[in-house]
Structures are given as structure tokens and as C-alpha cells.
Write a protein that binds this ligand. Structure first.
Ligand code: OGA
Ligand code: MN
Length: 295
């Protein structure tokens, strides 16, 4: 498939990696500046495939941020609370690694490692704030020999596959999403009332229409705490049931990282989670994020 302007150097070529979403993207050298026509091709590809895998993109920090900015404004995620100091010079770069500021592997009980573990729960980045995240760009630098994959689940296909009566039951429901809920669920207690106050909860419909593809999606995940207007336990059970449905194998792609892989996903269309790995092995990725528009 081509989204081309005729010049093969600037033509994004897409090869599907899964029956319902995800494509490997070739034809762009992301070290080079991205012009608006190329950014539009990437967006169109994400509207269709929701996850794009670029291989062999050994980018420095500035190149990654330049590509990120070509796709929209930078989302700062939890950086107001986490990572006041960073190994990176770019303010919006998020360290998805198990190492400290001196690049030493963190111990299992280090709060910085513990906060990272919540990435292993299914979630949509920054769904606890308004605006939320549109695209996340995750670049692999060093990966463990085993484990540490990242999984993606297609929330459009998951919505489509819901029985009609369930679609009817959940139409119009709104969920509250809260920062640190995923971490608190794991028993991580390191967040102060001041931390929590920096990210007041936000509400999102659990069914949304994707503006690019016009497809309906389920918008759920580990930041969703309850259904607005329902008693908490019943709401949490519904959210858990929907998540179980939405993350069945037929909707899931597992990405096994190679250094130099850059994966971009659309947080409006997919959930993602990291997979467990041997924490004594080095795993270094870095993420930059494009903020969505306020909706
Ligand atoms: C992220 C994330 C999962 C992983 O970077 O947003 O959730 O596999 N990462 O590290
Ligand atoms: Mn994430």
C-alpha cells in the first residue's frame, strides 16, 4: 500500500503485521526533518493501522523530538510529578528504563522502578488528563534477551466484536480516569496528596468515535477508576469485563523489540502494556508523546 507523492524516498510503504491492525512502515528516514506531507502520511497510516513499527531508526534525542513535534504538540504525561531529574536534555522525553541517572540498573525496591511497573497494566497513555495523549513514540535502545515485549490491543476491533446488547448497555456511559490509580492498584503508595492534586480526575465516554477513521472505540484501561453515577464496585466489574473482552488474543499484537525499533501508536485506538522481564537485565527505551486536542 502506498501513500505517495511519487518520490520513492518520501513514500511510506506499509506491510500489515497482524490481521486487524499494526503495520511495519518503511520509506522514511526519521533522522531527516519530516515535512507536513510526510506527517500527513504517517497520520493517515495511523488512522488505518493504529500502530506503526519503524525498524532500524537509530535516532538521537533531538531527532526523536523533531519527528514528535512534526506530529503535534508534546504531551508531558506525569512529568509534573515523576522524573524531576532526567538523563535526557529534551524536557518531554520520558525514560522507560530500569536504570538511574548514572545508567546503573535500579534495584527491585527502588521507587523509580516501582513506578515503571504500572506500564505492565493495559492502559492508554495520559488518559488521566485532559487533553489526553494522541500518539506515543517509543524507541528501543537496549532490550533484554527475553521478555520485556510490548503488547497492543485494538479497541476498534474489540468494540466491533461486542454483542449488540452490550453495545446498547454501555452506550453513553462515562468513566472517571485518575493518575496513579494504576500504580495504587499495584500497592504502590508513594504518591502524596499534593501529587494527586496536580492531576485531578477526568471523565471520558467509554465509547468514543475516532476522528480520523470514524470507527467506534472502547476507551478503558488501568487509569479508569469507576463508572460515573454508579456504585464503585459494579462499575469496576464492568470495566474489568470490558478489558477482558478487549484484550483477547485476536485483538492483540505483541512487539518483540530490537534496538532501533521505533513504534508509534494511537492512544485513542489501542491499549498497550509492557511484559514482564528479568529486572536484573538492562532495558532502556525512551518515549515522546503527542498531546491530543482538548475534546
Ligand atoms: C509506555 C509504556 C510499555 C513498555 O512507554 O508508555 O507503557 O513495554 N511502555 O515499556
Ligand atoms: Mn504507556
Amino acid at each position: 500500500m502506498f501513500f505517495g507523492r511519487g518520490n520513492p524516498m518520501h513514500t511510506l510503504t506499509l506491510s500489515p503485521l497482524h490481521p486487524v491492525f499494526v503495520a511495519e512502515a518503511q520509506g522514511l528516514d526519521l533522522r531527516q526533518p519530516t515535512d507536513p506531507a510526510e506527517a500527513a502520511q504517517v497520520e493517515a497510516a495511523l488512522d488505518e493501522f493504529a500502530v506503526l513499527v519503524f525498524r532500524d531508526q537509530v535516532l538521537d534525542e533531538s531527532q526523536q523530538m523533531a519527528f514528535t513535534r512534526a506530529l503535534g504538540p508534546v504531551d508531558m504525561g506525569l512529568l509534573k510529578v515523576l522524573q524531576r531529574r532526567s538523563r535526557f536534555k529534551e524536557a518531554g522525553m520520558i525514560d522507560i528504563s530500569n536504570v538511574d541517572l548514572e545508567s546503573q540498573i535500579l534495584t527491585r525496591d527502588d521507587p523509580r522502578l516501582i513506578t515503571m511497573l504500572a506500564n505492565q497494566l493495559w492502559h492508554s497513555d495520559s488518559s488521566f488528563k485532559q487533553p489526553s495523549a494522541r500518539y506515543s513514540l517509543l524507541l528501543a535502545c537496549i532490550v533484554p534477551e527475553q521478555g520485556g515485549e510490548t503488547e497492543f490491543a485494538d479497541m476498534r476491533a474489540a468494540y466491533d466484536a461486542l454483542p449488540d446488547e452490550v453495545k446498547g448497555e454501555i452506550e453513553g456511559l462515562v468513566a472517571e480516569h485518575s493518575a496513579f490509580h494504576s500504580r495504587i492498584q499495584l500497592g504502590d503508595q508513594q504518591y502524596t496528596p499534593e501529587d494527586l492534586a496536580k492531576y485531578p480526575p477526568v471523565e471520558w465516554p467509554i465509547i468514543r468515535t475516532h476522528p480520523g477513521s470514524q470507527r467506534k472505540t472502547l476507551f478503558i484501561g488501568a487509569h479508569a477508576t469507576r463508572i460515573v453515577g454508579w456504585p464503585v464496585p459494579g462499575g469496576r466489574l464492568l470495566l474489568a469485563d470490558l478489558l477482558e473482552h478487549a484484550t483477547q488474543r485476536q485483538f492483540v499484537y505483541r512487539h518483540t523489540w530490537r534496538p532501533g525499533d521505533l513504534v508509534i501508536w494511537d492512544n485513542r485506538a489501542v491499549l498497550h502494556r509492557g511484559r514482564r522481564y528479568d529486572l536484573s537485565q538492562r532495558r532502556e527505551l525512551r518515549r515522546s508523546t503527542v498531546e491530543d486536542v482538548r475534546v
